[in-house]
Design a protein around this ligand. Structure first.
Ligand SMILES: C[S@@+](CC[C@H](N)C(=O)[O-])C[C@H]1O[C@@H](n2cnc3c(N)ncnc32)[C@H](O)[C@@H]1O
Length: 278
């Protein structure tokens, strides 16, 4: 398949508008390979024809979804960025729980935005069970969303290979997983609070419906966006959070260039971002 630069630009602009995913010019070979796979499956010869199909012959976005599933990067594993999770578990979580308990509102709402195959929300679920005093007296919900429908299917199954669980402490492996041959399946108690849902973070209308969240984890997702999309997404995150709630980004992602709305806090040498309104 031949893909002229000008056609590539049209494709990547189209994908960007719909998903926020930004592909630089040097990514042409990565994108081309995926376009070729879809075109082969559909029996389409020319890139122009495929773009036309995406724009005008795909009223429910099914073909766009197929393409997106190929274009996303889904790398993830349990207890990724362990030090950041420790700050969450030992500082932020304790603080929010204490405040809520004082207010008599024993509800916790977390959101793993860009959850990929589920390792992140399951990790959060394990941490909550471990760290929240009288866990069973709390109403806990973890919303786990992704744009990619294939990863969500895998997430719902909750079965993982050795590679995914490499950073899970042995004690937790025994306590929260069931061995299935070479694989590890998360136990029902870990699955119970999680709701997996398809969501495009660029879908402004749907994003605005999410509220009452205490902790947002959007790690290693915004790196694939450009500045404008990042700002739009983070502004919606801000609205979704409760006052006093926290947002966690990946270690290579800095909030300073995206939003000044959050209050920066230093905890155990880590910078975390909190929504603080008078
Ligand atoms: C590298 S994974 C990160 C997984 C996990 N948060 C972690 O840090 O291990 C990035 C995920 O973001 C998702 N993603 C990319 N663009 C998205 C969008 N516009 N809306 C929702 N999810 C998106 C991808 O499908 C992918 O599963």
């Amino acid at each position: 398949m031949k893909l002229e630069l000008q056609d590539y630009i049209k494709f990547r602009n189209f994908v960007y508008k719909r998903s926020g995913l930004h592909f630089e010019e040097k990514k042409i070979y990565f994108v081309k390979k995926r376009l070729a796979a879809r075109m082969k499956a559909l029996g389409i010869q020319r890139p122009k024809e495929y773009l036309w199909r995406l724009k005008y012959g795909d009223p429910h976005g099914k073909e766009f979804q197929q393409l997106i599933n190929l274009l996303t990067t889904n790398e993830t594993y349990f207890f990724r960025e362990f030090d950041q999770l420790s700050v969450f578990a030992e500082n932020c979580l304790q603080e929010v729980c204490t405040t809520k308990e004082r207010q008599g509102k024993k509800k916790l709402r977390l959101w793993s935005a860009g959850c990929s195959t589920g390792e992140e929300p399951y990790t959060l679920s394990i941490i909550l069970q471990q760290m929240v005093d009288d866990y069973h007296t709390w109403e806990v919900k973890i919303l786990a969303t992704d744009i990619d429908t294939e990863v969500l299917k895998k997430a719902q199954k909750g079965v993982y290979s050795k590679r995914s669980i490499k950073d899970v402490p042995e004690e937790y492996l025994q306590k929260y997983f069931i061995r299935e041959g070479d694989n590890y399946k998360v136990k029902f108690s870990v699955k119970k609070p999680i709701q997996f849902r398809h969501l495009n973070l660029m879908d402004d209308k749907k994003m605005r419906l999410i509220s009452g969240i205490d902790f947002i984890f959007c790690r290693n997702v915004l790196i694939y966006f450009d500045e404008n999309s990042r700002r739009a997404v983070v502004s919606n995150f801000y609205e979704s959070l409760n006052n006093g709630g926290y947002i966690f980004l990946g270690h290579s992602e800095s909030m300073s260039r995206i939003s000044s709305a959050f209050t920066l806090r230093r905890k155990n040498g880590f910078i975390v971002y909190q929504k603080v309104e008078d």
